[in-house]
Write a protein that binds this ligand. Structure first.
Ligand code: C2E
Ligand code: MG
Ligand code: MG
Length: 773
């Protein structure tokens, strides 16, 4: 049985995991002192026996016991120092030391029992050996091969020496020692099993503890990296678990928070940190505690400065405690407020937007029904805003709009509403309007105020405001209708002249209706062939010879008859129809002019809208190519309106036209800004003085001075100066006297159809021939 146990132990031992084996080797070397005490005690016993009986061999064995014992002590110390690396090697070292030591003890027994008959000496040696053997099982049971070897080497010589002793008592004791060996082997094997089990258990526990620690660390990391603040309270509102974010959100990061403190202590820390007003916090904490009876509690806490908003939620746990979660919702709340603000306010100026306008006007209209008071809608359009935006850039344009909003804000009463509909369109809802005069005064103040120059980033900016006014309830009983009426009034104000205001009048509705139907008809006119070009000669005031003819567009409406350009050209410009119509004019005029005498050029009017079409130069080149007209025989006439909306593309297009070889004339000079700067900046070939000055040439002195000044200026700048609208011989003579080079007007010839102008050329050629003959 013991044998099968031994075999089994050997098998299990071979399969032991290395770390268990290492732990067992560790246990071999562990009690260093006992090794030393054992060596010393055994060698003293040996030496005592040797001295008593004077045996040199026993003395030698005793010395060897001391030496081997000390070597074992040294090896144990070295093992500790080497920090237990290579357990197999150290096991061998221990094994040889232990076996050697045991064999020497066994030898001491043999020599003493056989060397003396002194029973007391025999007794101290055998009891020492037996005692030593007994400690082996306790000390080295973890490595049974070592322990069994030691037992055998120590106890077997002792048993043998007693059995061979010629005395029955000794023999009996020898047999007992043999039984003792058997018993010790059994105990060693059992102890070894217990040790192995204990080690395996310890190892499992250590692994479990490591895993638990790892999970705890992970949980800690997760907890402290949460964007939410979290704490757990027990059933008595005492703090159990919390994270850094929790303290951070309560702004008590440095406070001495520890497990078990009551929630009210947190409140004290919050108040002490001075981050929140005590009263609101007290209420909050009280609510938190009260909420304990409910399983849910949600609250939004806003710091007294209004800068931080924290959402607090508390949920009851099954054990009676609670989880409190804090979340910083400041950004979310701000975004929501911003969205809500954007829905009602204009982002740029902070003024009310169209939505709010409709809400407000609905309220006002209800009130109007009740009280019979009236209110006014001022629809404001900024003059020249687009030019500012295009030339100085959008950031300046935005700043200008903000300043306009500020100035408007200073003009209106508290019950009035200013809204921005987008772009440069502002609307003021003026309340408490007793008479239309009240609205007129406000409009005038708006015009004056906006007409004052603005200083933005070192730029002095001049704009103006055109205002259309509708009165409620007289002009309408709903927002859309009132806005439509104000828009008609605005149209009229713009036509009246910049910076003016107009009230809605019934005729405007009829005019707007007429404009709409004209617009519809105009869309058909080109395809229906209702346009014709007329030509009016420009005559050299000194030679009286025709130098050029201006192409003037005529629309023969099937029902209305001839519609003047002053009526339909603005509509064509507003609708963009001027672009295809202008292209048709260019083609027609060039084709017509190609059939004229070679020294006559043709002048074609181009509107600002056409300069917004990037294909303009292409259209001009194509008209020239198709007609075969040399570019030098084409003049294009532009007004200052084109230059007002001056931007880089206008300048580029004018340069391209010049490159083509086409001449550019400045039409109607004197009516717009008459900026002398334009004359210098742009490549004009001709300046055409507006007919309003020519008309007054005979009558008003200032008109004569103006014509003279422009003519002198033109001559100085090497430009040809043309006087438009010459109707009488006197006007012709005066224009010539003031220095104009050419003249145009009914005095020389009315605008004529293509066929008539050709006859005109033939007639004047014949007249010249006659004159020469
Ligand atoms: P504008 O370019 O200044 O043309 C001269 C205008 O003065 C023409 O009016 C002409 O008939 C008129 N006129 C010429 N001599 C006299 C005169 O002695 N007395 C008076 N009272 N008027 C005279 P119209 O043809 O009615 O054209 C008006 C404006 O319409 C033109 O002014 C021009 O700006 C625009 N326009 C005409 N045709 C076109 C065109 O094909 N394209 C564009 N974009 N504009 C055009
Ligand atoms: Mg013209
Ligand atoms: Mg003109």
């Amino acid at each position: 049985m013991l044998l099968s146990k031994l075999i089994e132990t050997r098998r299990i031992d071979a399969e032991l995991p290395p770390e268990i084996r290492a732990a067992l080797v560790d246990s071999l070397f562990a009690p260093v002192l006992s090794l030393f005490v054992g060596a010393l005690a055994c060698s003293i016993i040996g030496a005592t026996v040797a001295f008593s009986i004077g045996d040199a061999w026993i003395m030698a064995v005793s010395a060897a016991i001391l030496l081997v014992g000390l070597l074992r002590v040294v090896s144990a110390l070295l093992y500790k120092k080497a920090n237990s690396g290579n357990p197999r090697l150290w096991e061998r070292v221990y094994e040889y030391g232990a076996w050697g030591f045991s064999a020497l003890i066994g030898l001491l027994c043999w020599l003493t029992v056989n060397g003396t008959t002194d029973a007391s000496l025999q007794m101290i040696v055998t009891t020492t050996a037996a005692g030593y053997a007994a400690t082996i099982a306790g000390r080295n049971a973890g490595r049974p091969s070592i322990a069994l070897g030691q037992l055998t080497l120590c106890a077997l010589p002792m048993a043998a020496s007693l059995i061979v002793y010629p005395d029955l008592a000794h023999r009996a004791l020898g047999l007992v020692v043999l039984m003792f060996i058997y018993g010790m082997i059994d105990i060693t094997l059992s102890t070894r099993d217990v040790i192995i089990q204990a080690l395996i258990m310890t190892r499992k526990e250590a692994a479990l503890a490591a895993r638990f620690e790892e999970q705890a660390t992970r949980f800690d990391i997760a907890l402290n990296n949460m964007s939410h603040g979290l704490c757990m309270l027990d059933e008595k509102d005492r703090l159990q678990v919390w994270n850094e974010r929790f303290l951070e959100l309560l702004n008590i990061k440095g406070a001495p928070v520890r497990v078990g403190i009551h929630i009210s202590r947190l409140l004290r820390y919050c108040v002490q940190s001075g981050n929140s007003d005590a009263r609101s916090l007290k209420t909050l904490f009280r609510q938190l505690a009260l909420s304990f009876r409910r399983d849910r509690f949600d609250h939004v806490h806003i710091s007294p400065d209004g800068k931080r908003t924290i959402a607090i939620s508390r949920r009851l746990m099954s054990d009676g405690g609670a989880v409190v979660i804090l979340e910083d919702v400041t950004e979310r709340k701000n975004a929501q407020e911003r969205i809500a603000h954007l829905a009602k306010y204009d982002d740029l100026t902070g003024l009310a937007n169209r939505t709010q306008f409709h809400e407000r006007i609905a309220g006002l209209l209800d009130a109007v029904d009740d009280k019979e008071s009236q209110f006014a809608i001022h629809l404001i359009d900024l003059d020249r805003f687009k030019t500012v935006n295009d030339t100085l850039g959008h950031p300046i344009g935005d700043k200008l709009l903000k300043q306009v909003a500020r100035r408007l804000g200073n003009l209106v009463g508290q019950s009035d509403t200013i809204t921005r509909f987008g772009g440069d369109e502002f609307v003021i809802l003026q309340t408490n309007v007793m008479r239309s005069q009240d609205a007129s005064w406000l409009a005038q103040r708006i015009s004056d105020e906006i007409g004052e120059p603005f200083d933005i980033e070192g730029q002095r900016i001049h704009i103006g405001a055109s205002i259309g006014i509708a009165l409620a309830p007289a002009d309408g009983r709903n927002a859309d209708e009132l806005l439509k009426k104000a828009d008609m009034a605005l149209y009229s104000a713009k036509n009246t002249g910049r910076g003016s205001h107009c009230f809605f009048a019934l005729e405007m509705e009829a005019a707007a209706q007429a404009r709409r139907s004209l617009e519809l008809d105009l869309r058909e006119a080109l395809a229906a062939g209702q346009f014709q070009l007329y030509y009016q000669p420009l005559v050299d005031l000194h030679t009286n010879r025709t130098t050029a003819c201006e192409a003037l567009l005529r629309w023969f409406h099937p029902k209305l008859g001839e519609v003047p350009p002053s009526i339909f050209i603005p509509v064509a410009e507003e609708t963009g129809l001027i672009v295809p119509i202008g292209e048709w004019v260019l083609n027609r005029a060039c084709t017509e002019a190609a059939s004229w005498p070679r020294d006559i050029t043709v002048a074609v009017n181009l509107s600002p809208m056409q300069f917004k079409d990037s294909a303009l130069t292409l259209h001009v080149a194509s008209a020239l190519a198709k007609s075969g007209l040399p570019p030098r025989r084409l003049e294009v006439e532009i007004t200052e309106r084109v230059l007002l909306e001056e931007c880089e593309s206008t300048r580029r297009m004018m340069a391209e036209l010049r490159e083509l070889g086409v001449c550019i004339s400045l039409d109607d000079f004197g009516t717009g800004y008459s900026s002398l700067n334009y004359l210098r900046k742009f490549p004009f070939y001709k300046i055409k003085i507006d007919q309003s000055f020519t008309r007054d040439l005979g009558q008003q002195h200032d008109a004569r001075s103006i014509v003279e000044a422009i003519a002198t200026l033109g001559a100085g700048l090497d430009k040809i100066v043309v006087a438009e609208g010459i109707e009488t011989e006197q006007q012709m003579k005066m224009a010539r006297a003031q220095g104009c080079h050419q003249g145009q007007g009914h005095f020389f010839g009315q605008p004529m159809s293509g066929a008539v102008i050709r006859e005109w050329f033939a007639a004047s050629a014949a007249a010249r021939k006659q004159l020469v003959a």
